[in-house]
Design a binder for this molecule. Structure first.
Ligand code: SF4
Ligand code: SF4
Length: 453
């Protein structure tokens, strides 16, 4: 794609990067077929190619984004399916990240939307506040049915519609908090490795059992696990809202404490059980590339970050046969399959450990979770969730496994099939407890789970 940036514009490293990305695009349109919003809405401007044109125009003309541009960029899930499909290696992620920052800086959203985004950006990365907000949301759930639902999925969602979506996501009950930052879990037997485990923000409130399963499995296999003190939210939530000041501050804070831990106790890896977070931590090196102080440490931390399944492929797991024949529909989170290109490892680990693993049709399509997307774009998100659940139903699973808390909550909200994390199944298969299927906070309220052995 031909670009027309001036030399002055190209002196800005972000514009130089955008120029490089835009020039790689050959307008072929292959990406449109796998873009969830194009598949649903059929509008070229809701496709990757259409959005690339809009971003090019906005950056080249160096003018504030219009409401039309904002609408189509906001509808992008950042699922990155387009990056998997693109034959020219267009880095859409770095382009749309830049567009979101530009929108946040130069576009004035209506007041209710500004307030909602500010509240989400403030509450979600803080586990204490998030827990309190979930308790309040649970109290407000009975009133959600009274709020209006729009007739068409393409209408710009109103504040009330978004609040309704937020209330619907609140779990029926919250589990007790997991272990605090600063905890160290020694290896059982001879120590073969030492890792940090990202504590996460929403995940540690909604499902501390996920990291507990990771700790159980790792220590049982000779790996010491540390929950690093003073670690923060990885910054993914605010990064996707275009609030880069906040996201980069969190990245720097995490790099500082992880680097210190690596120097003092040694770290083989920083393990992540929420793939949405893993994708962003692996991108810290790029995000801070212009930061003199942090560029190199950020690159080192990105290289240390690993999805839990990526790490486990290098470990000889000891399976037991206690779980019997359980059919698993493996939901491949976008951040894992498109963001980190991890597609086979989770399925292979599950198969090797005795589960019957089924691929889900249209597995490249997002479930609609995408960070805060299911709150900000609830109608598109609901349609994607329904489509995902219909596809999952075709393989008749006993359970659904995923590697990202956002997907787990999104899918669990529309099905009675238990939704668990891949690591919970692997822990179970190697001598840990059976995943908690009832009252886990990730169940569709009022439905009874099938009994599993
Ligand atoms: S990131 Fe996903 S929703 Fe956005 S343009 Fe690419 S494929 Fe479409
Ligand atoms: S597939 Fe790649 S090169 Fe083709 S239009 Fe999409 S982004 Fe551009």
């Amino acid at each position: 794609m031909k670009t027309e940036f001036s030399l002055t514009q190209l002196a800005d490293p972000d514009i130089a990067e955008a120029d490089k990305i835009l020039r790689a695009c050959v307008h072929c349109g292959f990406c449109t077929a796998t873009c969830p919003t194009y598949v649903l809405l059929g509008d070229e401007l809701d496709s990757p190619r259409g959005r690339i044109y809009l971003i090019k125009e906005m950056l080249e003309k160096d003018r504030p984004p219009t409401a039309e541009v904002v609408k189509h960029i906001d509808r992008c899930l950042s699922c990155l399916a387009c990056m998997t499909t693109c034959p020219s290696g267009v880095n859409y992620m770095h382009l749309v990240d830049q567009a979101r920052v530009r929108i946040e800086r130069d576009y004035s959203r209506p007041l209710p939307e500004r307030v909602l985004r500010a509240v989400l950006a403030f509450v979600l990365p803080r586990p204490g506040l998030f827990r309190a907000s979930m308790i309040m949301a649970r109290l407000g759930r009975p009133f959600a049915a009274l709020l209006p639902t729009p007739k068409t999925a393409t209408a710009t969602p109103t504040l009330l519609r978004r609040i309704k979506a937020m209330l619907a996501l609140a779990p029926g009950r919250l589990p007790a908090p997991g272990p605090a930052g600063g905890s160290v879990f020694p290896a059982v037997g001879e120590r073969r490795g030492r890792v940090a485990l990202l504590q996460g923000c929403a995940q540690q409130v909604l499902a501390p059992r996920i990291n507990q399963a990771a700790i159980n499995l790792l220590t049982r296999h000779g790996i010491e696990v540390v929950l690093v003190k003073d670690e923060q939210c990885c910054g993914a939530l605010t990064h996707h809202l275009g609030q880069d000041g906040d996201a980069l501050a969190r990245a720097r804070a995490n790099i500082t404490v992880w680097q210190s831990e690596a120097e003092q106790g040694g770290l083989d890896a920083i393990l992540v059980t929420a793939s949405g977070c893993g994708t962003v931590i692996k991108d810290y090196g790029f995000m801070l590339r212009e930061d003199r102080e942090f560029a190199q440490p950020a690159a080192r931390i990105s290289a240390l970050a690993k999805d839990i399944t990526e790490y486990l492929t290098g470990i000889d797991l000891h399976p037991s046969s206690q779980h019997g024949d359980v059919t698993i529909a493996y939901h491949s989170a976008c951040s894992l399959q498109h963001g980190q290109k991890i597609t086979h490892a989770p399925k292979e680990l599950l198969s090797k450990n005795g589960f019957v693993v089924k691929d889900v049709p249209e597995s490249h399509l997002c479930c609609g979770s995408a960070g805060t997307y299911n709150i900000l774009q609830p109608d598109i998100a609901s349609r994607l969730r329904d489509r995902k659940i219909a596809n999952i139903a075709t393989v008749k699973p006993d359970m659904i496994a995923a590697g990202n808390i956002g997907c787990m909550v999104q899918i669990a909200g529309g099905t009675s099939v238990p939704v668990v994390h891949t690591i919970e199944l692997l822990d179970w298969a190697t001598g840990g407890p059976k995943p908690e299927l009832k009252g886990s906070g990730l169940t569709k309220s009022g439905l009874t789970r099938p009994a599993l052995n």
